[in-house]
Design a protein around this ligand. Structure first.
Ligand SMILES: [Ca+2]
Ligand SMILES: [Ca+2]
Ligand SMILES: [Zn+2]
Ligand SMILES: [Zn+2]
Length: 479
């Protein structure tokens, strides 16, 4: 039954030979890294019984790929795309298991997983608006789409690939599951420590992948693995997921006419495994995906050059735009430990590097005595570190950012200015939880970085400048 339901055996055959069953079982075992016995042994049955997504596994392509995988093949399948990177979503039917605010939050955070590392932008709209891309419903049993749910357990949800049909992009959650809400990072809060039930956020991350055009994956760590794995903190797309989104959407040009443009390729509906598979066209760029597709940990203006930090390395761009290759932190800053830089800023010959609740100061490339020190020196809270730091040229102040708060530090008096922290919403349209911030040496403007994009601040209006956000790669790396 499982082998038929998820695409391992054809449903249009009344009799099957033992060989066909063995072959189908082997295929399943091969795809998920089990011992390839061809028998329904304990490990195999355990995995088959796990709660999962209702869509088919992409059997033919993946099993063939794995068989001849001398070279690492693309481990994702593409099922179609929307004609725009700006994608709308809405709710048609809510569940009673939690408040609508919680459902909207879980969904918004799930979409944030998809927008964080990709060029996609999501907007919630009313269910009455015409042509909503992704419509969300909680439904039970037979619900008139030919794919009935199965009561509590096993099948948790399914979704429809992008296309022009009424249901395209729609996501259905099985209303017979007990859906739970848990905020990311909420593990310390006893109220959110639910171990039973099915986490809406986790399942939503997976189903939105289908609604964006991705099929099931067997890639380690992919959010498109079909089995439910319980709540995981800090879930993110893996490299294959990100590559799939770029392949689907990179060529999509957003303009006013985009809604009327023909779809680029065929859009099979749910259950089909005959999606048109496109070879990766590559990222149109002179630079590597390292610089065009990934976020940075921190960025700083040091002596009018921009330093981009990621994973113990940095890239440097001079004022006239010359780009230097990646350099290991400790090759430049003496004795700097193997930690990730959360934030960095510089004044004169002093450089301040932050990681967690500690910071290091350097005079040029020499570490100052006493480093590292606790960030409470600045009056910053001693939990979790900070998101970003910068010197704001137009007023000379040092600023720190964390979550939705920011502080202004008085370097003369060595304390935070009164009235801080303030809410980042006073800087209109600047996102919360930014990755990095700096004053750009070439135009003396403040830029906030988050994911693959940056926001330029208009100093006078204290709001985001026209034309932003822009891609970091486009702005600085010639992507
Ligand atoms: Ca179910
Ligand atoms: Ca950061
Ligand atoms: Zn799925
Ligand atoms: Zn359905």
């Amino acid at each position: 039954n499982f082998l038929v339901k998820y695409g391992y055996l054809s449903p249009h055959q009344s009799t099957r030979t033992r060989d066909e069953l063995t072959e189908a079982t082997s295929t399943f075992q091969r795809m998920y890294g089990l011992a390839e016995t061809g028998l329904l042994d304990q490990d195999t049955l355990t995995l088959m019984r796990q709660p999962r997504c209702g869509l088919w596994d992409d059997v033919d392509r993946q099993s063939i790929e794995k068989r001849k995988s001398l070279v690492r093949k693309k481990r994702y399948t593409l099922m179609g795309n929307w004609p725009s990177k700006k994608i709308t979503y809405g709710f048609r039917m809510y569940t009673d298991d939690m408040s609508t605010v919680q459902q909207q939050d879980a969904v918004a955070r799930a979409l944030e997983v998809w927008s964080r590392d990709t060029p996609l932008v999501f907007t919630q709209v009313s269910q009455w608006q015409k042509d909503v891309n992704i419509m969300i419903s909680f439904l039970r049993g037979y619900h008139n789409d030919g794919y009935p749910f199965d009561g509590p357990g096993h099948t948790l949800a399914h979704a429809f690939y992008p296309g022009q049909g009424d249901r395209s992009g729609d996501v259905h959650f099985d209303a017979d599951e007990k859906w739970t809400y848990k905020a990311e990072g909420g593990t310390n809060n006893i109220l959110f420590c639910t171990t039973d039930g099915t986490n809406l956020f986790m399942v939503a991350v997976h189903e939105f992948g289908h609604a964006l055009g991705l099929g099931h994956s067997t890639s380690q760590g992919s959010v498109m693995l079909p089995f439910y794995q319980g709540f995981k903190d800090g879930i993110a797309l893996n490299q294959d997921d990100i590559q799939a989104v770029y392949t689907l959407y990179d060529h999509v040009k957003d303009n006013l006419l985009s809604r009327d443009e023909p779809f680029v390729f065929a859009s099979p509906t749910l259950g089909s495994t005959s999606g048109v598979y496109r070879e990766n066209r590559g990222i149109p760029s002179t630079q590597s995906p390292e610089l065009c597709e990934k976020k940075f940990d921190a960025v700083a203006n040091i002596r009018n050059e921009i330093y981009f930090f990621r994973d113990n390395y940095f890239w440097r761009i001079t004022m006239n735009g010359h780009r230097y290759n990646r350099v290991k932190m400790k090759r430049f800053w003496q004795n700097f430990p193997d930690v990730t830089v959360d934030a960095a800023y510089s004044r004169g010959s002093k450089i301040y590097l932050f990681s967690g609740t500690r910071y290091w100061t350097y005079t040029d490339t020499v570490m100052d005595a006493g480093s590292p020190r606790p960030i409470s020196d600045f009056g910053l809270p001693m939990h979790g570190g900070i998101d970003a730091a910068m010197v704001w040229y137009s007023n000379g102040g040092t600023y720190f950012f964390k979550g939705r708060k920011f502080w202004k530090y008085d370097e003369e008096l060595r304390r935070m200015e009164s009235g801080y922290p303030r809410d980042i919403s006073v800087l209109r349209d600047v996102p919360t939880n930014i990755d990095a911030a700096l004053t750009n040496p070439s135009d003396q403007s403040v830029y906030f970085l988050k994911g693959t994009r940056c926001w330029k601040l208009d100093d006078d209006l204290l709001s985001v400048s026209k034309g932003y956000p822009e891609y970091i790669g486009v702005k600085w790396f010639g992507c």
